[in-house]
Design a binder for this molecule. Structure first.
Ligand SMILES: NC(=O)c1ccc[n+]([C@@H]2O[C@H](COP(=O)([O-])OP(=O)(O)OC[C@H]3O[C@@H](n4cnc5c(N)ncnc54)[C@H](OP(=O)(O)O)[C@@H]3O)[C@@H](O)[C@H]2O)c1
Length: 309
């Protein structure tokens, strides 16, 4: 059976299974990358204010000539804007040059307090990040719900939220997050989080599916073996892994040939999926994205056993 091209959010909206990532896509590269991707068939772009390139992403969308309503566009409220989500949203809308988003995420369950050292990555006098541990994330979510009701975003969700954080938020949410965007790949399969989100109707999105900068997971011999068996690249295996498991995947590239091939998704056998599912537990577990917030985000079980698929 052909793998799905779209999934359905708990709002009823359709979301393309593969979206173009834009983190670390440099100025002078990302505009062309976005325009090329959309002309090449992508209909899903993952952006964020903190990537510092939303104006170029927006220009790429315009250059593509693809109508706005055909594109699924995501952005994220940055940690320093948590007390004023509306302001963060407006900055992204202005930079992207659009009047609504299809999905808006709380980027991290972490509030940063801007000071004279910076707005986006403020520091304390001792050099640690200026995190406000007393900030109540349920207040951030309350503001997200208001924004959703205003119609400026068609769905709201979270990013980098572990089970304990979601359990806490659950006590007060009136709208269930549509999405949880987390680091996800065979070295960090997060089986328990996937099962938990599935039960609540929260769709997972896989970031850093190739291992982030330089795509290090692509060189894994076990993954290459599966790629050779299927006659495709390791990137295709790593991207297809998520779609076969009902997860949205967000590969980033600014190289046309890669952008084009990264949207190819194949059906994987149960045998191949089992191998990929067990790689972390076999000793390869690795989290690649670990910003120094200075406290535990509750992802303790991140390479736990596969309970079911
Ligand atoms: N919510 C969050 O906190 C969060 C965190 C991280 C990422 N994200 C999102 O997820 C997206 C993807 O994650 P990511 O950017 O960390 O990493 P990724 O997509 O796993 O990997 C990107 C790296 O792989 C290279 N690459 C891409 N396709 C390739 C291919 N077919 N063959 C060989 N190399 C290839 C890219 O280089 P080239 O560009 O030179 O091709 C880049 O160095 C981000 O861009 C962002 O939108 C979200």
């Amino acid at each position: 059976m052909a793998p799905p091209t779209h999934f359905t959010l708990n709002t009823g909206a359709k979301i393309p299974a593969v979206g173009l990532g834009t983190w670390q896509s440099k100025p002078g590269e990302v505009q062309q990358a976005v325009a090329f991707a959309l002309k090449d068939g992508y209909r899903h772009i993952d952006a964020a204010l903190v990537y510092g390139n939303e104006a170029e992403v927006g220009q790429g969308i315009k250059d593509s000539g693809v109508p706005r309503e055909e594109i699924f566009l995501t952005s994220k409220v940055w940690n320093s804007h948590q007390p004023n989500v509306k302001e963060g949203l407006q900055k992204s809308l202005d930079a992207l040059g659009v009047d609504y988003l299809d999905l808006y995420l709380v980027h991290w369950p972490v509030r940063l307090v801007p000071n004279e050292t910076g707005e986006l990555f403020p520091l304390n006098p001792d050099g640690t990040r200026a995190v406000d541990r007393s900030w109540d994330q349920s207040e951030t979510w309350r503001q997200m719900e208001e924004i959703y009701k205003s119609g400026k975003v068609k769905a709201i969700g979270v990013s980098n939220w572990s089970i304990p954080y979601l359990e806490e938020l659950r006590k007060t949410w009136t709208i269930v997050p549509a999405v949880n965007q987390v680091e996800l790949h065979p070295y960090l399969p997060q089986h328990e989080l996937r099962e938990y989100c599935e039960k609540l109707g929260i769709l997972l999105q896989a970031y850093s599916p190739l291992g982030s900068t330089g795509a290090p997971i692509m060189t894994d011999p076990d993954i290459q073996k599966i790629a050779d068996k299927n006659g495709v690249s390791a990137a295709t295996i790593l991207i297809s892994y998520h779609v076969n498991k009902g997860v949205v995947v967000l590969p980033k590239s600014v190289i046309e040939k890669r952008i084009s091939s990264n949207k190819d998704v194949i059906s994987l056998s149960k045998e191949d999926l089992d191998v990929l599912d067990q790689l972390a537990a076999s000793g390869k577990a690795k989290r690649l994205n670990t910003p120094l917030w200075g406290f535990d985000l509750g992802f303790a079980d991140w390479y736990g056993p596969v309970k079911s698929r």
